[in-house]
Design a protein around this ligand. Structure first.
Ligand code: MRU
Length: 341
């Protein structure tokens, strides 16, 4: 089976596997203009914290390739930063690429930006594989895992964080079955995670988000693994809306709740989760299913895209450099600093 690529670069264009079309159609968009790329991120043609960061990094490389690289870089930086507020990887990747682009002759800015974007993608792939290995070790033998949203290769680059743990766990014979939360309102679970798990031949079933408590009460879930969009210094973690509810349920039923995330998803400048900006999206995503309105005319909705799971509900945070446990203030910083120098 060919490796999955959510995002890449070919002949001066950004390649994006259009995730709004999956699972029915596998089509790559070829994007040559950073404004179009910003629109693709906003419209969730590419999504998932690390993949958003990598796509935006390539977007800056496009901007740096224009006639007026420095001006375009500034504009692209501003606009790409304003696409989705919660995933910290976006801001981290944009800063990295801008710094690289500006660190020398303007005429070489595009080459340096592209090299940096490529490095970010490569590092993400290595991080995913390491997270998969470390996370798989934490799983009980023959377990049934529950996951939420899509934290797979589609959300990173190729392999995935939470799904990386599940894929490696499956290859090691430790994962017996996966419960896939459908993940309202945009159904990243039933559309994307189910598609990725099927490619791997992993046994699974899609469930509505509100079925998790029932399954846990029957002993049908051994462990929960999710991704993260941003982890604050105290371990509080923002992830797809509904993750907090799952963590409360897992706590109630004594089920371990793991967050799998690369170090680029840590935001140690934020002391706690209440400071994480939470994206609110178009209410139509809630009022409609598959583009068909289901609520009566005139009814309003709110559409919070993420929630924050308090650190106290998280058993451990699995990163590429090691597994952090509570108290997270110390363990997360230690992981970050253990790689310095
Ligand atoms: O709104 P999305 O689809 O971008 O949300 C994605 C998630 O919540 C993922 O769990 C998270 O970004 C981690 S991806 C490795």
């Amino acid at each position: 089976m060919e490796d999955l690529r959510a995002v890449g670069w070919r002949d001066g264009r950004v390649m994006l596997l259009d995730q709004t079309l999956l699972p029915h159609e596998e089509r790559y968009l070829e994007i040559a203009d950073w404004r179009e790329l910003a629109e693709a991120i906003r419209g969730m043609k590419v999504r998932g914290a690390p993949a958003i960061g990598i796509a935006a990094a390539f977007g800056l490389a496009l901007a740096a390739g224009g006639d007026d690289p420095l001006r375009e870089l500034d504009r692209a930086y501003e606009e790409l930063s304003a696409t989705r507020p919660t995933a910290v990887n976006l801001f981290w990747a944009l800063r990295r690429v801008r710094e690289a682009a500006l660190a020398g002759e303007a005429g070489e800015a595009a080459r340096r930006a592209l090299e940096e974007a490529m490095a970010i993608a490569r590092e993400q792939d290595e991080a995913d594989r390491a997270i998969g290995e470390l996370g798989a070790r934490m799983l009980p033998e023959g377990c049934k895992v529950l996951t939420h949203c899509n934290a797979g290769g589609l959300a990173t680059y190729s392999y995935g964080t939470a799904l990386g743990v599940i894929k490696t766990g499956f290859r090691r014979g430790k994962v017996r079955f996966v419960w896939v939360d459908e993940t309202r309102p945009l159904l990243q679970g039933s559309r994307l995670t189910a598609w990725e798990l099927r490619r791997e031949g992993i046994d699974m079933a899609v469930i509505c988000d509100n079925m998790a408590g029932h399954l846990m009460s029957r002993g049908e879930v051994d462990v929960v693994v999710t991704g993260a969009d941003r982890v604050a210094a105290n371990g509080d973690t923002a992830n797809k809306i509904g993750t907090y509810t799952l963590a409360v349920l897992a706590h109630r039923h004594g089920v371990p709740f793991y967050v799998a995330a690369p170090l680029s998803s840590l935001d140690l400048d934020l002391p706690e989760g209440s400071a994480i900006p939470i994206e609110e999206r178009d209410p139509r995503e809630v009022l409609e299913v598959g583009g068909v309105r289901v609520a009566p005319p005139g009814v309003e909705a709110r559409n919070f895209a993420f929630d924050v799971t308090p650190a106290g509900l998280i058993t451990a945070v699995i990163t590429e450099r090691g597994v952090a446990g509570p108290p997270y203030e110390a363990s997360l910083r230690e992981l970050v600093h253990s790689g310095a120098g």
